[in-house]
Design a protein around this ligand. Sequence first.
Ligand code: SF4
Length: 255
Amino acid sequence: MDEKVLVTNIQRMCFHDGPGIRTTVFFKGCNLSCPWCANPENISVVPQEYYFNGKKGVYGTYYGANDLLKEILKDKSFYGNDGGVTFSGGEPLLQLTKIENVLQELNDREINICVETALQVPYKSWKKIENYIDVYIIDIKLLVEEQCAEILGGNINCYLENMDIIHKTNKQIIFRIPLNYEYTLAETNLTRIESFLDKYSDVPVEIFKTHTLGANKYESLGLHVPKLKVVSDEVVDNIAERFRRKSDNVIINQM
Ligand code: SF4
């Protein structure tokens, strides 16, 4: 049976979602609830009606494997040697196992596959697609166990186990760290992140400020817009310097 996946957007010509020029597929459905999430339309696992500025619509379209593959292959000529497809979300590891045949086709065509993940999905549930993935973009959010559970609804042990498994595979990994005063920049969390980076000092790190660009999407769903103070450039620079003492390659991503 052709299983379908739920997608909110397929964005073409992306430069910030992994190496080279990429097509980014945003899956709808996430098992976390980050208070700073910029894509609230990607959290619920079902299609959702929205209403904004007099316009109505639905977040989420079901794609069968063949249709999704066709959409991705439209951009093949732009990928070059480095580029390819990035599966983002939401949490792509919740749905990618349904389209193993798409991953196989992409592998056969030597199209690079990147997965942007919060990595809090038990390994046994996505193990079968691990071999197809070339690059992981992995979030580092809240590493204190209680905060991870209470604020994100996550499981830090699941995250750490997945991280160990992936690191041993020698696949390309990029860490991404969202910065906000209210959550991730808490000193206890920063100290945990430093120890974590010490362990994986060979993995490049991108840091970025969480932003308010998702406000319209929250409003369109009738949700309360999170009010987070935007982090200053000076603080971002200081954090970059601090992490550079632990990691070989830290950059500030202006996304
Ligand atoms: S993991 Fe990503 S998509 Fe899920 S809630 Fe957090 S920021 Fe949003």
